[in-house]
Design a protein around this ligand. Sequence first.
Ligand SMILES: [Zn+2]
Length: 113
Amino acid sequence: MKKLMHLRCNVEMKKGLLTTYEHEPGIVLRDVEAYICPKCKDYIFTERQMEKIEKRTEAIKVHTFAFERKFTISGRSLVLNIPEDIRRHMKIAKGKKARIVPLDDSKFMVEVF
Ligand SMILES: [Zn+2]
């Protein structure tokens, strides 16, 4: 790989890790590879590094996806529909089982097994 110079400082930028980096607001990545200027700590990303950052950001977004759904009633049971995006992402097929664990007055956890 050819040398990456920080033109303003006229020094070679070195490969290193940024402790934290937010590619999208609110989505914090840790230990992000970049080329860092040893003098002023300015940094740039190569195309490959940026691809990794985008992939990591997307992975977090998928896992923090939130949906609002209304409860409906079926017989004596409450029904809550699982959005298609979650079903596909978690590969939940018909016949799979889920364990519902109440956490407090407004939260419960659904564990698919
Ligand atoms: Zn610099």
